[in-house]
Design a protein around this ligand. Sequence first.
Ligand SMILES: [Zn+2]
Length: 121
Amino acid sequence: MKTVRYALLEAIGKQWVVGVDMWAMAFFGVCVVANFAVGYFRPDLFGIVVLVGLPVAFAISFFGDEVFYRGVRCPACKERLNYFKNGKRVPSKQAFAQLREGGRCRHCGWEPTATSLLRFN
Ligand SMILES: [Zn+2]
């Protein structure tokens, strides 16, 4: 799997926020496997791991979404980078493209410095 790099996120040390959804999926995958393992030894408990794991996976995914929108802030003006000036959330596709290209902060014009972008070339 090719790792997509996000210039803006790396510049502010928040690269991990884009991986949270993947971790939620991985966690659920582990739950499905564990469910069969538990069911093998305790057939009466078959299904319980998935029943518990599904809402937890959703919670992790929801948390990732919240961090992506509320936690990714401009280091200069502290505004949320994935929000428009009118307070609306930037559609995720557009937000990801912007983070990848290391675009400017739409609130104050801050952009990742040359040194933080140098590693991408
Ligand atoms: Zn800013």
